[in-house]
Design a protein around this ligand. Sequence first.
Ligand SMILES: [Zn+2]
Length: 482
Amino acid sequence: MCFVKNDVVIPLLTLYIKVYSFTNNKEGISMKLNRFQEISVFVLLSLFLIPVLTSFQKIDWQTIEDRTVELFLEYLAIDTCNPPGDVAAAAEFFRAIFEKEGVPVQLIWTNKNTGRVNVLARLKGSGKKRPLMLLNHMDTVPVDRSGWSVDPFAALRKDGYIYGRGALDMKNFGIVQFMTMLLLKKNNVALDRDVIFLAVADEETTGTLGSARIVRNKWGEIDAEYVMDEGGFGTQDFFTKDKRLIFSVGVAEKKVLWLRLSTSGPSGHGSMPLKENANFIMVQALSRVASHVTPIHITPPVAEMIKRLGKLADTPYNNALQRNTISLTVTNGFVGDPPKSNVIPGKAEAVLDCRLLPDQDPNEFVSKLKRIIDDPRVKFNYIERPIESIVSPYDTELFRIIEEETRAMFPDSITVPHLVIYGTDSRFFRRKGANCYGFFPGPVTMEEYKTIHGNDERIREKSLRTAVRIYYNVVKSFCEKK
Ligand SMILES: [Zn+2]
């Protein structure tokens, strides 16, 4: 990779040599002084020219963008579906390049048999300030190949897009963070704080063998003041009806509450209906849940969004930002495989995926749900209980730099704090006191966003190219020696 333009360096070096030769050949100065003068001029010119040369370094963005795409294609082609969740090849991809480029890196295994491994790399700063950590997960959700129009692991470039599982969640972040580390190293950027790169396993299940384990065993070593993670994009059709470009930066996330409802009753032959049919009891309960509308409740990050953007458009996404939500995701009430049409099952189950706003009490929420269902025959069990949801402050230097650097590239854009409607690994790090921002500085449309965890997941190549520039500028501006 070539990062410094020769058209700046060569003329400056020529000037340096000319001034040095001229001073050295000057007549009328005694030989005794010449030696002293020679050394003085050399030292002075060096002191002057080294900062000049450094400050005139121009980054060859075309080359860097091309390299970003090249690495992204290679990374995207590595199958890291979870389950099974083996990310060893992806970790090795990062490790080999970091090592080649001279960035200190370690692999942290959390389960050798299942390929659970995490990558931790670190660029040292002066230690004046606490570290910034760039966090990404290497695993992805699985694919249903029958729904894809292309091979999900071919990393195909087509019509300005790059297709592949993980293209938006979140191998795009991973590569942009990776390039940022390589560029800081290549450009010898002096840092006031360490910049840490952490690529984890296991985010798409529970985070147990990824971020949770790292926080437990390595937090003392990491001790980051700030974390940059997933959770926000550049968007034009998420929040408002006009087509303004809005960069959303995740500062908090909704709480995940998964509930299993179960009912039971006598089983029997379908020809003789029974009043206490477990399925009927369940259907009545679910119908009460379906007709319940949770109230609008504006939390501080969303209030700030509305202040900056005006009224939010009436969309499912914005609906989820402003209230607790309940999705019915699983129903199961049958006997046999395939299910028997003529057997009344003795039990029925359903799973509710509830997402609560950060300041909501899950116990109160469940009590209310029980009152709505109002049937003691329906049993409640927790599959996933939420942990405390912390809101990171957004009146910080890093947030301001994100605003400045996005505006430098897109002068008409607006940056807003954002409530992430799904769970991310940031929750583990916010609990350790780190300020976490979920941010990908490339534009993504709602149509593209919907491919996350879905079919034909893809990113616009231009978005990836834009993102690497802004991301590097943000991290450099925030961490470089002042
Ligand atoms: Zn993700």
